[in-house]
Design a protein around this ligand. Structure first.
Ligand SMILES: [Zn+2]
Length: 251
């Protein structure tokens, strides 16, 4: 699968525009070096996500508004401690053009606090993003069914489903609502069915690095996988995916 990339990585990446739609740049020891390596490796755009008050402020810090953009919010794991940060998000969005969405937000039934609290914090942030007319970046570990129900309940118009773990039926339903399904750097047969079921215009790629991927450059492997499954040239696949994400976040 990686034959082409390893044999002629240079030529494949010339003139390319790759994107990492979800990572945590502030969690790297040296974000500036990661950024530089990513640029040299062919990435034009990185979206770095917060999930607590502290990590949201760090995401804003590390974003430059040119290559790196931030989304800020309270993820389910921090719902019990950081809920009051929600009141500060609108001000931070308005003061910083490089903040382009609310995220990551959602539900986590593996590690999050009690469900009702998680839901309240998620729903408050959905409404906030709607009032600001910016996308949400959704976290849905072990909770995809309830996440879909809430997103539909609030008639969300702009959303990226980060680290999508649902099946192809769910993916198609979400694509039908105009959302992006983000593919992480872990291949599985379920994920393959999801990619096959989706139109390329509803696909995003991400590394969730350094939590899952090693660096934003891990998107190269995922784009190649998608290009093979879709029978499209690598460059066309990367250009289309980058365009999908840029359009969602108005970049
Ligand atoms: Zn993440």
């Amino acid at each position: 699968m990686l034959k082409q990339v390893t044999e002629s990585k240079e030529s494949l990446l010339i003139g390319n525009e790759l994107i990492d739609a979800h990572c945590h740049l502030d969690m790297f020891q040296e974000p500036e070096i990661i950024k530089k390596d990513s640029r040299l490796g062919g990435l034009s755009t990185i979206i770095t996500a917060g999930g607590s008050r502290l990590s949201s402020m760090a995401a804003i810090q590390v974003a430059d508004g040119e290559m790196v953009f931030a989304v800020i919010g309270i993820d389910p794991q921090n719902a019990a401690t950081d809920e009051d940060f929600i009141d500060e998000i609108a001000g931070l969005v308005k003061a910083n053009k490089k903040v382009v969405g609310v995220g990551e937000i959602g539900l986590d039934y593996k590690v999050g606090p009690e469900k009702l609290l998680q839901m309240r914090v998620f729903e408050r942030q959905i409404e906030l993003a709607k009032s600001l007319d910016i996308p949400i970046v959704v976290h849905s570990r072990g909770a995809i069914t309830d996440v879909i129900a809430l997103v539909k309940k609030h008639a969300v118009s702009k959303a990226l489903f980060h680290f999508f773990e649902g099946d192809e039926t769910m993916a198609q339903e979400l694509a039908g609502l105009g959302y992006l399904i983000s593919i992480p750097p872990t291949e599985s047969s379920r994920r393959k069915r999801v990619i096959n079921a989706l139109n390329i215009s509803n696909i995003s790629v991400e590394t969730d690095s350094p939590v899952v991927g090693k660096s934003p450059l891990d998107v190269i492997r995922t784009v190649e996988w998608i290009s093979e499954l879709k029978g499209l040239p690598f460059n066309e696949t990367s250009a289309q995916i980058t365009q999908n994400v840029k359009k969602l976040f108005s970049l």
